[in-house]
Write a protein that binds this ligand. Structure first.
Ligand SMILES: CC(C)(COP(=O)(O)OP(=O)(O)OC[C@H]1O[C@@H](n2cnc3c(N)ncnc32)[C@H](O)[C@@H]1OP(=O)(O)O)[C@@H](O)C(=O)NCCC(=O)NCCS
Length: 394
């Protein structure tokens, strides 16, 4: 029987890292241990677990400590990554055991939420995760933004390499964290990956002394494509300043592709902008983010509508139990519940309601709970649908 333990520092090289190239890269390849050593700083604060037998690493899973906004409440979030099992040890339950241990370790460290990019959602469905909406990309020509060039706007833009603007970029992300439901702020040691690569430009829009928007991007060649990672703006002025900068690339690039929030509508950005907005989901190459509550504490203080309902969470080692959700004060109160009519929810069902991506009827239709009409009406009012902006992956 394999044993699970935590590894840290250089020990990762001889244990967890031995599984990464095969699981995630093109192999076989002559990738030297030294190449992997160069990645160590980006794992510095990760909680890395391995399953081992006779000193051989059979499987691994890790989590980085991040922050995420859930309905206005910012909580510590575990970013689960680097889940891999040796090809000869697969389908023996190693990853499932590692995930359970990772969850309980991260709860012990105070994390209330968890997210990951799945290789296949069914593996994580059973572990309580629900898919969040994919951020679409909008593709258009720089000429399509020409109407913005004539608009008088307050503010200005600054253009620099991400290496020089990293602190500004991160500071702006911190201002979005308390504002955007679903937004994630990753730890510095992980976000610093963009610094070493230094393969992104950063544009910062400011109005007065206030940053109103940032975007990182790259250009793949003369006459080619300009690809923006995430369009982050505090308001429409910030966005217009950034788009006007993009418009200046007419006759240099042919197309511009921008990753936007699912509730953004690029066709409204400029009159007559011809744009293709699309979101592809594919496994394992283009997965949507999956998320779950690790603790009911994540719901305390969440912005909610009026309502009061008893729920029972079933089939989950972390959340199983009975609770009363009360929104009569304008923010959510969660307490241990007594008796009465209640909705029965799996962890994935509750997570779908909490993140605002499922209506109570969706929960029933997906087999993620049993909810009476009366309880559904209360839940719908308490936790109305919301679109998470799962930006800030870093
Ligand atoms: C994905 C991976 C980590 C699974 O590890 P594993 O140790 O074989 O997983 P487990 O044995 O714990 O399986 C747990 C459950 O997932 C299911 N599962 C495992 N691999 C699966 C696959 N490729 N497709 C669908 N389901 C799968 C198992 O059937 C099991 O479900 P069950 O208990 O209901 O039968 C492993 O195949 C791997 O290293 N793949 C390459 C890297 C990768 O994709 N990592 C995941 C990144 S999110």
């Amino acid at each position: 029987m394999s044993a699970i333990r935590q590894v840290s520092g250089d020990e990762r090289l001889r244990t967890a890292f031995t599984l990464y190239p095969y699981a995630f890269d093109e192999t076989p390849s002559p990738a030297a241990v030294e190449d992997l050593r160069g990645l160590l700083p980006y794992h510095e604060g990760n909680h890395t677990l391995i399953a081992e037998e006779d000193a051989r690493t059979l499987a691994t899973a890790a989590a980085f400590p991040a922050w995420q906004n859930l309905r206005g409440v910012v909580s510590p979030m575990a970013g689960i990554a680097w889940v891999a099992t040796h090809p000869a040890a697969r389908r023996q339950g190693h990853s499932r055991r590692l995930m359970r241990r990772l969850h309980s370790d991260m709860v012990d460290k105070g994390h209330r939420l968890a997210t990951l990019f799945p290789f296949h959602p069914s593996f994580y469905d059973k572990l309580g995760y629900i898919c969040l909406p994919q951020n679409p990309t909008a593709t258009f020509t720089p000429e399509g933004l020409a109407p913005l060039l004539d608009v008088r706007l307050p503010g200005e833009v600054r253009w620099q390499n991400i290496k020089d603007g990293f602190d500004t970029y991160r500071a702006f992300q911190r201002t979005l964290l308390p504002r955007w439901h679903g937004f994630t702020y990753t730890p510095d040691y992980r976000a610093a990956r963009v610094l070493d690569a230094a393969n992104r430009w950063l544009v910062t829009a400011t109005v007065g002394d206030t940053v109103a928007g940032t975007m990182t991007y790259r250009i793949d060649g003369y006459g080619g494509a300009l690809i923006v990672d995430e369009l982050l703006c505090a308001d429409a002025i910030g966005r217009a300043l950034l788009l006007r900068f993009l418009a200046q690339h007419a006759h240099q690039v042919t197309t511009i592709t921008v990753t936007v929030a699912p509730d953004d509508f690029p066709e409204t950005w400029a009159s007559g902008l011809a744009v293709r907005t699309e979101a592809e989901t594919a496994f394992p190459t283009a997965p949507p983010l999956m998320a779950r509550l690790l603790s009911m504490e994540a719901l305390h203080g969440a912005h909610c509508g009026p309502g009061r309902v008893a729920i029972e969470v079933v089939d989950d080692q972390l959340l199983a139990g009975r609770y009363l959700l009360d929104g009569s004060g304008g923010t959510l109160e969660v307490s241990a519940s007594g008796t009465g009519e209640r909705a029965t929810l799996t962890a994935a069902g509750l997570s779908g309601l909490a993140y605002g991506v499922l209506d109570p009827l969706d929960v029933v239709a997906r087999g993620l709970g049993e909810i009476t009409d009366a309880a559904a009406a209360e839940l719908r009012s308490l936790l109305p649908r919301r679109v998470p902006r799962s930006f800030g992956k870093g």
